[in-house]
Structure formats: C-alpha cells, structure tokens
Design a protein around this ligand. Structure first.
Ligand code: HEC
Ligand code: HEC
Length: 357
C-alpha cells in the first residue's frame, strides 16, 4: 500500500495505531523513493539538463566572478559544505549551514525558513542575493548573450535567447531531475529485499518509527514532513560576535521585521511569517544521504550523527518554546548505535556528473 501523507495528524494516527509488529517492519509513512514530479511548465529535456549543469558551475553567475553554485554546494561533499556556517560572498559572513542539494526536487519547502517559493525562483534569487553571489541579473543576461555557446544552449533548451527566467528554469531542472538518489539499502529493503538492511539497521528502523518517534516529522519520500518545528536547539553563541549579529539584522531588515535593530538570534520561520508562534522553527530537513552531508542542523552545530542522536535522546536543550514531541528518549547505547545504523542505510548513489556532458 502506498499512501502519500501530507498531514502530521495522519502520521500520528498511523504511528499510534499502526499495528506493525516486528523489528524492521515498515509503516506506510515510509517507503522507497518515487519518481520526482516535474514542474508542468518546466519538464526536463537532455538540453535543459546540460544547460542547467553548465550554469550551475559557471563563475560568471557571481558578481565577483569567483563563485558559482558548487562553491557552497560541493559535489564531493554531498552537495553541501563541510563547515558549520556556509561561505559567503566577499564582504559578508553567512549565518546558516549550506543545505545539501541531493533530492532537493522533492522538497516542498526551500531554505531553512521556507522563504523560497520554487527551485526556479530560488536560483535567480540566490544569484542576486548580495550574501551569496551579488550578481546583477541584467548584467549576467548580457554576458550570456555575448557568448555563442550559451546562446546555442539556451536556443536548444528553451528556444530563447539567454534570459533570467530560463536561466532559473535550467538550473532548477538540473537540480530537480539530476541530483536524485534512491537505491539505498533502505529502498531495496522497502521494495522487499529483507537482506538489504543489517539487523542493527532494522532495529534502528523500528526505533525510528516507535520509541524514538523520529517518523513524526521525518516521513514521506525524503523523510521530511515539509513543515517547521522547534526541536529545542539553544541559542548559538556565534551571534554574540558583531559580524554575525550584523548579518542577522541585515537579513531581519530585509525580511521586514519591525524589531530588526535588536535581533540577536536566528528566529527561523518567524522571519517569514512574523508570527511569534513560529519563533525558532526551522524546516524538517530530508534525511536521505545524511551520512554524506555533515555537519548538521540549520547552523551546522553538530559535526556527527552521534551528536544529533544525543540531542534527541536528552530531549533537546530544554528551551522555552520547544515542541512537546522533543522529550528525553532514554535510549541505551545499543539503541543509539542501531538508530545510527539505520540513518547510514539511507544513502544511495548519485548519477555521475560526467553522464551529462
Ligand atoms: C556563498 C554560498 C552559496 C552559493 C554560492 C550558493 N548557495 Fe545555495 N545555499 C547556501 C546557503 C547558506 C543556503 C541556506 C540559506 C538559508 O537557509 O538562509 C542555501 C540554500 C540553497 C537551496 C535551498 C535548499 C533546501 O532544500 O532548502 C537551494 C535549492 C540552493 N541553495 C541552490 C543554489 C543554487 C542553484 C546556487 C547557484 C545559483 C546556489 N545555491 C549558490 C549557500 C550558497
Ligand atoms: C518534532 C519534529 C522532529 C522530530 C520528532 C525529529 N526531528 Fe529531526 N529534525 C527536525 C527539524 C525541524 C530539524 C532541523 C532543525 C534545525 O536545524 O533547527 C531536524 C534535523 C535533523 C537532522 C539533521 C539533518 C541535517 O541535514 O542537518 C537529523 C539527522 C535528524 N533530524 C534526525 C532525527 C532523528 C534520528 C529523530 C528521532 C530521534 C528526529 N530527527 C526527530 C524535526 C524533527
């Protein structure tokens, strides 16, 4: 039975009422990776994928000519950066961790606080963003129009001359349709190969679904409910440093917060909705290929999966507004190691970039 679950309460119902019996049995909230859904106005073609890949790695998309998308989403590091806080454009510091782009086409929520409406718009927004690439889109379009190879590639992909909209579309197609994994040990197991998960990983799956309660928020094709939660992470002392406080305030002002001048913490979803109930909520990240995408959390505060599991085990940092689902789990050392074995079994291979020449 394959159900696409969209609402937390359905999952809660299944979790409390589900009735699966033995270690390793799969709830219907989890399953193998389905095919990714195309955008109706931007279906993939080989020409679009090729153009998107070229633009993704092209330094001309940044104002200083030294950054491209892969500068902060490194293919050899799980399409993320192996550092807690991301790099930034000249003259800026970042305040968040660079998320992986693996399986990003399945994410219904983009950016840690959900501010980006689509991959298409995000690619253009990221190019203009002074903190990331600080490029003037019209200047970029002029540069691309003066390049015969780019002119030919846009023509083949979108039957157009280089322009901002198709620039965003091509980069979106590349991410959505090329950076897809699947075929992890977990996928093989979910399709019926009961040998694909070790005994430890099967026990970890059981914990994930029951005692540890991870499935409440991490479910569906990429183990995310595409919603926002406060999992009780204490304030990061990084924001005592003037440069980081300054970038928080710069961003809070950009997001229209009245109190931007006094901001001294990353308030996540609140920046977008301005609803106090959303303070310090961040999106539930996908968990596929998690073994390759350290460090973890919106500010990269945890270097290892062991630290993440310890966070949940101790019930978070007991912060004022954390959700009731985040409470001490009392996992044994064996259970923690089983849970980790399960998380490590969520990694599948990506297609080789060379396949897209
Ligand atoms: C200077 C570093 C940097 C560069 C260059 C950069 N990114 Fe990012 N990217 C980030 C950071 C940091 C975030 C998280 C931002 C946040 O949550 O506020 C992010 C978030 C994203 C996301 C959201 C993913 C998700 O699941 O939420 C996508 C998609 C993305 N970037 C694609 C791109 C593309 C495409 C390019 C090139 C056009 C690009 N990035 C260039 C640092 C960078
Ligand atoms: C109440 C919802 C919720 C529950 C329950 C939950 N998570 Fe999370 N998880 C999140 C959110 C939200 C984040 C991102 C938090 C942030 O960065 O501020 C996250 C982050 C993570 C990350 C880091 C991912 C990354 O790319 O940085 C891992 C790994 C993870 N969770 C695993 C688990 C495990 C294992 C459990 C069960 C022990 C669990 N989660 C339970 C919502 C939840």
């Amino acid at each position: 039975m394959k159900i696409v679950l969209r609402r937390g309460w359905v999952v809660m119902l299944l979790v409390t009422w589900g009735g699966w019996g033995w270690a390793g049995e799969l709830s219907s909230a989890l399953g193998p990776l389905p095919a990714v859904t195309a955008q109706p106005d931007n279906p993939p073609t080989p020409e679009r994928l090729r153009l998107g890949k070229k633009l993704f790695f092209d330094n001309r998309i940044s104002g200083n000519g030294r950054l491209n998308c892969s500068s902060c989403h490194l293919p050899e590091h799980g399409w993320t950066l192996p550092m807690a806080i991301s790099l930034a454009n000249d003259g800026f510091v970042e305040r968040r961790n660079s998320p992986t782009l693996i399986n990003v086409g399945y994410n219904r929520v983009l950016i840690w606080d959900g501010r980006a409406p689509s991959l298409e718009k995000q690619a253009v927004g990221s190019t203009k963003n002074p903190v990331h690439k600080g490029q003037d889109i019209e200047a970029l379009v002029r540069t691309l129009r003066a390049d015969d190879e780019m002119v030919a590639l846009f023509k083949a992909a979108y039957d157009s001359a280089p322009n901002a909209e198709d620039y965003g579309k091509a980069i979106a197609v590349f991410q959505r349709h090329f950076l897809v994994t699947g075929d992890s040990p977990f996928d093989r197991y979910a399709k019926g190969d009961k040998q694909a998960l070790s005994g430890a990983a099967q026990r970890g799956l059981e914990l994930f679904q029951r005692k540890a309660g991870c499935v409440q928020c991490h479910h569906g094709p990429v183990f995310s409910d595409h919603a926002f939660h406060n999992i009780g992470l204490r304030r990061n002392p990084l924001f005592d440093q003037p440069a980081y406080r300054e970038i928080l305030r710069f961003d809070a002002k950009r997001m229209g917060l009245k109190e931007w001048e006094t901001v001294d913490d990353d308030t996540g979803r609140y920046l977008v909705t301005h609803d106090p109930a959303d303070r310090k909520k961040f999106k539930t990240p996908a968990l596929r290929n998690i073994a390759q995408t350290a460090p973890y959390m919106h500010d990269g505060r945890y270097a290892t999966l062991d630290e993440v599991i310890d966070h949940y085990d101790r019930g978070g940092d007991a912060t004022p507004m954390q959700e009731s689902g985040i409470r001490p789990l009392h996992l044994t050392a064996q259970e923690k190691s089983d849970l980790k074995a399960f998380l490590l079994a969520l990694s599948g291979p990506l297609p080789a970039l060379e396949a897209l020449e």
